[in-house]
Design a protein around this ligand. Structure first.
Ligand code: SAH
Ligand code: SF4
Length: 420
C-alpha cells in the first residue's frame, strides 16, 4: 500500500471518529466589550491604564503592572479573583474597569490525528458586531504548533485559498491575537502553574504549544501594529516566553513591511511563493501585481539576520498541472539562488467550489527530489486535520460555514484521493 492509500484510510477513520469528538465546549466567562482589555498592552501601557483609571497611584504603577503581567502571562489567569497576592479591594477595582476574560469558545473540534480547531467568538468593538475566527493546534513529535489568525477574512484573493473567498470583516486587535494563544493554552492545560480549567481536554504527553505560526486567516502584514504587539508579548521572556526562533510569520508578499518585520519583530519569516514567474503568480497570489517577484526576492535578501541557521521558508502549494512540473522546480531553484531558504511543499487542500486539484503524490515527490538534490531542505507538509477542515487555506469562520451538503461533498472529494 503506498502513502496515498494509507493516507486515504486514515482520512476515512478520522471522519468517523471526529463525528463523535466535535463538541461545543462549556462557555467560559466571555470578555465584555465595555471594560477595556488589559491583554495586549505593553508594560508601559498597562501601567498608564492603571493610573488613568485611578486604580493605582503613579508611584505604584510600575510594580503593579509587573505583578499583573506575571499573573496574565506566566500564570495564565483569566479572572482577577485568582490573583491572590493582590488585595480584594484592588481586585474589585480592577474588575470594575478592566477585562482579562477569554473569548467565548464556540466550538472545539479534535481530529483523529490530534489536530484541534477552535472557533472563538470575540465581542463587538465599538459599533461593530461580534466576530468569529479559527485557530488550529497541530501536535507533532517533540513539538506543538499553534496556527494563529490575524484578520477576520482577508482582503487578498489568492485563487487557491478558502479564506480568500471570505471578505475582510476587520483586523484583529493585539488582545484578540494573543487570546488565541492563551485560550488554546487553557484548553490544552498548558499553563503549568495554573489548575487546568474545567472542561479542558488535556493531551496525555508533551509540552503542548512550543511554536506559533501566523498562518491562520488573514494577511498578518496588513495588520502590522497589532501583530507586532502580540508577538512581542508572546516572546517576552518574563511572560509567555516563546522563542522568536519558534515564531513564524507567513506573508503573501507585502514587500514594504518585510524588512520591518525582521527589524521590529525579529521572528522567522515565511513567504507564500507558489509560483516562479510573474504571470502565474499574478493569477495565484494577486498581490504579486503590486509587488512582483523581483521586489519580493530583493526584500527577502534584505531580511535582517538571515544566515544558514536562520533561513526564510518559502511555501509552495502543489497544484496539479499548474505549478508542479520539473521545469517549475528548476525555475524555483534558480529564483532562490543565494537566498538562505527552506522550501515547504504544501499539498493543496481542497475546499468546496475550488477548481484546483492537488498534484499526484508521485509528482510531488519528484519535485521534492529535484529541490533536495539542489541542496534545499524541502519537507512536504503532511496535511493535518483535514477531516475538521483545519488544514492550510481551509479556514473560514462561522459567518460562512459549510452547509452540511458541502461538507459531505468535500469529505467525498478527499476520500476519493488525489489524482491517483
Ligand atoms: N496570509 C498569509 C498567511 C495565511 S495562509 C499568507 O498567505 O502567507 C498560510 C499558508 O497556507 C500560505 O502559504 C497559503 O498560501 C497556504 N494556503 C492557502 N490556501 C491553501 C490551500 N487550499 N491548500 C494548501 N495551502 C494553502
Ligand atoms: Fe489571504 Fe493568505 Fe489566503 Fe492569500 S493565502 S487569500 S493572503 S489568507
Amino acid at each position: 500500500m503506498d502513502r496515498l492509500h494509507l493516507y486515504d484510510l486514515a482520512m476515512t477513520l478520522s471522519i468517523d471518529l471526529t463525528n463523535g469528538t466535535a463538541r461545543r465546549a462549556p462557555a467560559p466567562r466571555s470578555a465584555t466589550a465595555e471594560k477595556s482589555p488589559l491583554i495586549g498592552l505593553t508594560r508601559a501601557e498597562l501601567a498608564e491604564a492603571l493610573v488613568a483609571a485611578g486604580v493605582v497611584s503613579e508611584r505604584q504603577a510600575k510594580m503593579r503592572a509587573q505583578q499583573l503581567w506575571h499573573w496574565l502571562y506566566v500564570r495564565g489567569v483569566s479572572d482577577f479573583s485568582e490573583m491572590f497576592n493582590i488585595s480584594k479591594d484592588l481586585r474589585l477595582e480592577l474588575d470594575r474597569h478592566f477585562s482579562i476574560a477569554r473569548p467565548e469558545v464556540v466550538e472545539e473540534q479534535i481530529s483523529a490525528d490530534g489536530t484541534r480547531k477552535w472557533l472563538f467568538r470575540f465581542p463587538p468593538r465599538g459599533a461593530g458586531r461580534p466576530v468569529e475566527i479559527e485557530t488550529v493546534y497541530i501536535p507533532e513529535e517533540g513539538r506543538g504548533t499553534l496556527c494563529i489568525s490575524s484578520q477576520v477574512g482577508c482582503t487578498l484573493t489568492c485563487s487557491f485559498c478558502h479564506t480568500g473567498t471570505q471578505k475582510l470583516v476587520r483586523n484583529l486587535t493585539a488582545e484578540e491575537i494573543l487570546s488565541q494563544l492563551m485560550t488554546a493554552r487553557d484548553r490544552l492545560g498548558d499553563f503549568p502553574d495554573r489548575d487546568t480549567p474545567a472542561g479542558a481536554i488535556v493531551p496525555s504527553e508533551g509540552r503542548k504549544i512550543s511554536n506559533i505560526v501566523m498562518m491562520g486567516m488573514g494577511e498578518p502584514l496588513y495588520n502590522f501594529e497589532a501583530v507586532k504587539k502580540a508577538l512581542l508579548i508572546a516572546s517576552d521572556g518574563d511572560g509567555l516566553s516563546l522563542s522568536k526562533r519558534r515564531i513564524t510569520l507567513s506573508t503573501s508578499g507585502v514587500v514594504p513591511e518585510i524588512v520591518r518585520t525582521g527589524e521590529e519583530i525579529g521572528v522567522m519569516l515565511a513567504i507564500s511563493l507558489h509560483a516562479t514567474n510573474d504571470d502565474l503568480r499574478d493569477l495565484l497570489v494577486p498581490i504579486n501585481k503590486k509587488f512582483p517577484l523581483k521586489e519580493l526576492i530583493a526584500a527577502c535578501r534584505a531580511y535582517p539576520g538571515l544566515s544558514n541557521a536562520k533561513r526564510i521558508t518559502f511555501e509552495y502549494v502543489m497544484l496539479k498541472d499548474v505549478n508542479d512540473s520539473l521545469e517549475d522546480a528548476k525555475a524555483l531553484v534558480k529564483l532562490l539562488k543565494g537566498v538562505p531558504a527552506k522550501i515547504n511543499l504544501i499539498p493543496f487542500n481542497p475546499w468546496p467550489g475550488t477548481n484546483y486539484q492537488c498534484s499526484d503524490w508521485e509528482t510531488i515527490e519528484k519535485f521534492a527530489d529535484y529541490i533536495n538534490n539542489a541542496g534545499y531542505a524541502s519537507p512536504i507538509r503532511t496535511p493535518r486535520g483535514r477531516d475538521i477542515l483545519a488544514a492550510c487555506g481551509q479556514l473560514k469562520s462561522e459567518s460562512e460555514r459549510l452547509k452540511k451538503t458541502e461538507r459531505l461533498a468535500l469529505e467525498a472529494m478527499m476520500i476519493a484521493g488525489h489524482g491517483e
